[in-house]
Design a protein around this ligand. Structure first.
Ligand code: SF4
Length: 587
């Protein structure tokens, strides 16, 4: 590998842009289902910049047309591999609502428009469903024999037999369906660098940590854990749940195990997870020269607007909520960036000519897991918050406090607002940090995630009991009274989670009314790929095998939502009436 190429303002997306930076060839092409935004909150930008920092010439092919290979031909054949991602979200989640309704807005596309400019055929969305499969076939048609590496959240969570809520059926691994050479699961930096090194050296791609391989026959790697395969899982939903439990346990515990699952044809081997980046490596990653903007051809990208002045301070989450796939994708090792690295990024943001003075979120999967860790370096259980906060979990609210205070002092910064989720049970243990957040860092409402109130539903969600929410609201309001601040809450609630029935929905509405919490429109549970709650949805069973109620059809889901909507509209009517009754102020 020759001299490392200089990092350009944007990675090229066509030959003309390659020529403009003096490139006569490419090592890697990254295809994405999203518009190209060169910001560290976008997976393809991170992977592209990281590979460039290793010395490879990388181009990005954002949202190529998929009714022909024309857009693929805008770039020369990459020397090493073609990396494919469905985008920042699973393509089906981006394209459809939980109820399967076609989305008419796409936050990850130019101007939020899900269709190509002037597109009449409403089937021809910018991002095809199961984008990885479609893009892999177009890449192979354009560059016969090219090495196909699938990555990103879509591939990561569809790496084994999974449920597809749009087709309402089980599907085999996306690696086999796309006939890809390798699938990278997890955040992927270390894996893609190893893949590039090996291909550059003409070596094989076997047994790279954090990857899945496709095997033709059913030859199983020695010592591999055999998951219930395709035949078993489509015949018996309980076998699908059994497979999901093993995958979840292996991910949660970060076990150095190899997993094998037979597919419709051949099988998939999952090698042990890649180690997480160290804090120093994470600092280096976020110090890469991102332009923090959409590519000039991408125009306005709504998702960018939401994160443009945000800063990722932590990776990983130890919450292990059943409906969330973070531990399967990001892992549950908490890696926190250094103050210096975060402050440097905030200064870079504040120095931008169009900075509006607000840092929108020093956050991550859970903001206040920043600087937490396990006193004993981890255990087999790795379930640090459930059923209650583990005494070995070392919270370090002081670190977060200092960081927030340092951020507020940076010239040009008027506000530092935390928009990421906050774990209430941890904030209850750090009242100083809670006070600081209430006084300086809450965007008008504290974002909390009780998700539900009923014990049987919370236990299936793997969330703490509702008493934690009640204690938190009480503590926050007390601080508010002392500080002369009216504390409001933005509670995240999931409606129709597996195990929740109408009675549970009504009980939830009653509890919220009692605690004076005004719910936002509840989020209907969406059975997305790669989490235990979806396995409950599909199998109608809890992980312990017990039968549970699952609201599947539109009417059942509407009824549950209605219980909360009634509460919301009741509140709105009361507010309106109060306003009417209030005597007019004399100007
Ligand atoms: S000992 Fe406790 S804090 Fe440490 S990893 Fe295990 S569950 Fe988490």
């Amino acid at each position: 590998m020759g001299k490392k190429p200089a990092q350009p303002p944007f990675l090229p997306t066509c030959r003309e842009e390659m020529a403009a930076i003096g490139w006569d060839g490419l090592d890697v092409v990254l295809v994405s289902g999203d518009a190209y935004v060169d910001h560290p909150s976008f997976g393809v930008a991170i992977i592209g910049r990281y590979l460039m920092a290793q010395g490879w010439r990388v181009a990005v092919l954002p949202q190529p047309r998929h009714d022909s290979a024309a857009d693929f031909k805008k770039l020369p054949r990459p020397r090493l591999f073609c990396g494919i991602s469905g985008g920042n979200l699973d393509s089906v989640v981006s394209n459809y609502s939980g109820g399967g309704r076609v989305r008419d807005h796409d936050a990850y596309s130019s101007d939020g428009d899900p269709y190509f400019p002037g597109e009449k055929n409403k089937k021809n969305r910018r991002r095809p469903d199961r984008a990885g499969i479609v893009y892999a076939s177009l890449a192979k048609n354009t560059w016969p024999g090219i090495t196909i590496i699938l990555g990103g959240i879509e591939a990561s969570l569809r790496r084994f037999v999974h449920f597809d809520f749009k087709q309402e059926k089980l599907r085999g691994s996306i690696l086999t369906d796309a006939k890809g050479d390798l699938l990278v699961y997890g955040m992927g930096e270390l894996q893609v660098a190893e893949i590039a090194r090996r291909l550059d050296a003409g070596k094989h791609l076997h047994a790279i940590d954090g990857t899945c391989e496709r095997v033709k026959g059913s030859e199983v790697a020695d010592g591999a854990v055999i998951l219930p395969g395709w035949e078993e899982t489509i015949k018996d939903p309980a076998r699908f749940m059994a497979a999901e439990k093993i995958i979840e346990k292996t991910a949660r515990h970060g076990e150095e195990k190899t997993l094998f699952q037979k597919q419709k044809s051949g099988g998939v081997i999952q090698h042990p997870p890649a180690r997480p980046l160290t804090a120093a490596e994470l600092d280096q990653l976020y110090a890469l020269p991102f332009s923090r903007r959409p590519h000039p051809d991408a125009g306005e990208v709504p998702a960018w607007r939401m994160v443009r002045d945000s800063v990722t301070i932590v990776r990983g989450c130890v919450g292990n909520c059943s409906f969330c796939a973070i531990s399967r994708h990001q892992g549950n090792r908490i890696i926190s960036r250094s103050h210096e690295s975060i402050i440097a990024e905030v200064k870079k943001i504040a120095a931008a000519a169009d900075f509006n003075g607000t840092i929108s979120d020093p956050g991550g999967p859970t903001a206040n897991l920043y600087a937490t860790g396990c006193k004993r370096g981890g255990c087999r259980r790795r379930d640090c918050l459930m059923p209650r906060v583990c005494p070995e979990l070392e919270g370090n609210a002081g670190e977060m406090l200092t960081l927030l205070r340092q951020c507020r002092k940076i010239p040009g910064v008027k506000h530092v607002l935390i928009s990421s989720g906050l774990r209430m049970e941890l904030l209850l243990k750090s009242p100083e940090l809670l006070k600081e957040i209430i006084r300086h860092h809450s965007p008008g409402r504290l974002k909390i995630a009780p998700e539900h109130s009923e014990a049987k539903v919370l236990s299936l969600m793997h969330k703490p009991e509702f008493r934690v929410t009640e204690d938190f609201i009480r503590a926050a309001r007390k601080i508010g009274e002392r500080e002369g601040i009216k504390v409001r809450f933005s509670p995240y609630l999931i409606s129709s989670h597996p195990g929740a029935d109408n009675a549970a929905a009504r009980a939830l509405a009653a509890k919220l009314e009692k605690t004076g919490l005004t719910p936002k429109t509840p989020q209907d549970f969406t059975p997305t790929p790669g989490n235990l709650a979806t396995a409950m949805y599909y199998s109608g069973r809890a992980p312990n095998g017990k039968k549970i109620f699952v609201a599947r059809n539109r009417e059942e889901r509407r009824q549950q939502r209605q219980a909360l909507e009634r509460l919301i509209s009741g509140r709105d009517n009361k507010k309106r009436d109060d306003k009417k009754r209030r005597p007019r102020s004399r100007k």
